[in-house]
Design a protein. Structure first.
Length: 302
């Protein structure tokens, strides 16, 4: 598999970071008019409906075993984390959610080690520990030194969501790695149609929508999350993994929180010194993890 970044892949990397780094502010905007569950299920349902026409092309090309893994991927990579992020952001700001989301590569490694028996090194273990220390630092940030159980509890939902993302990354690599990017994207997103429809019928209450008010902005945010983030972003990232390998592609984790922080500052969110320290600690942990993986790749290639 190629590992060279190149101009085209660099542009893909930046585009993915911009798209996914903007997720958190879009979720915040959507939550101004919809509840967390309403926003989550509307986003999931809309994503599945948009991608459905593309899925028909791959139905006969997908084996029953691949369908089963795509269903699992639909839950672990979409339904569960989408919902957890939405609930979490009812109590924490978008920039903190983006910073905590940078833990994804560390959890991807943890899942690879414990579920798929991948060998790890001392530096990778240190990297994971640094990531967790950084996360605790992020959650402890505030105006006072008092423990904020609400922020910690809701922030922990983001950490759990990134754990599910880590599982889904390994699932793609281990069980769906021979499929094309659009094949994986369309099939796994289409599996959300039935559960998201059930969820939508369960939680969404009919309400009048005045398209001149903030409701229109909230609806637009959900449309952007469904079409640009969930479909276009996932497709681009899957292409990036195929073009450059997981090591280079995982560097997007460094850029996403930077974009999220920029949006947070634009929206007048408070960024604490402890959060800056925390995200630096997380970045150091990710650097140790990625450096060791890259070194192993070089040894294998030599």
């Amino acid at each position: 598999m190629a590992t060279k970044l190149g101009l085209s892949n660099f542009l893909i990397l930046i585009t993915v970071a911009m798209i996914w780094g903007s997720n958190y502010i879009l979720i915040k905007v959507a939550l101004s008019h919809f509840s967390a569950l309403e926003m989550s299920f509307i986003r999931l349902l809309l994503t599945a409906v948009i991608i459905l026409p593309f899925t028909f092309f791959y139905v006969r090309k997908t084996t029953s075993d691949q369908w089963r893994w795509c269903i699992v991927l639909g839950f672990t990579g979409n339904i569960i984390p989408f919902t957890l992020f939405a609930i979490a952001q009812t109590e924490i700001n978008s920039s903190l959610a983006g910073m905590l989301g940078s833990l994804q590569p560390a959890f991807a490694l943890l899942v690879a080690v414990y579920l798929y028996k991948r060998k790890t090194s001392r530096s990778q273990i240190i990297g994971i520990l640094l990531g967790l220390i950084g996360a605790l630092t992020l959650l402890s940030a505030g105006d006072t030194i008092e423990f904020d159980i609400t922020k910690t509890g809701y922030g922990s939902l983001v950490i759990v969501a990134t754990l599910f993302y880590g599982f889904s990354i390994n699932l793609i690599k281990e069980h769906l790695g021979d499929l094309r990017a659009m094949h994986i994207t369309s099939v796994q997103l289409s599996t959300m149609l039935v559960p998201s429809l059930i969820g939508w019928l369960w939680v969404v209450e009919p309400k009048p929508v005045n398209f001149v008010t903030d409701a229109a902005i909230s609806i637009f945010a959900i449309i952007m999350l469904a079409s640009v983030s969930s479909i276009f972003g996932v497709w681009l990232f899957t292409r990036l993994i195929r073009n450059t390998g997981p090591v280079v592609a995982s560097s997007v984790a460094y850029l996403i929180p930077i974009v999220a922080i920029m949006w947070g500052l634009f929206d007048n969110e408070t960024i604490y010194t402890q959060q800056v320290v925390g995200i630096i600690i997380v970045f150091c942990g990710l650097a140790l993890i990625n450096k060791q993986v890259a070194h192993a790749k070089e040894i294998d290639a030599s």
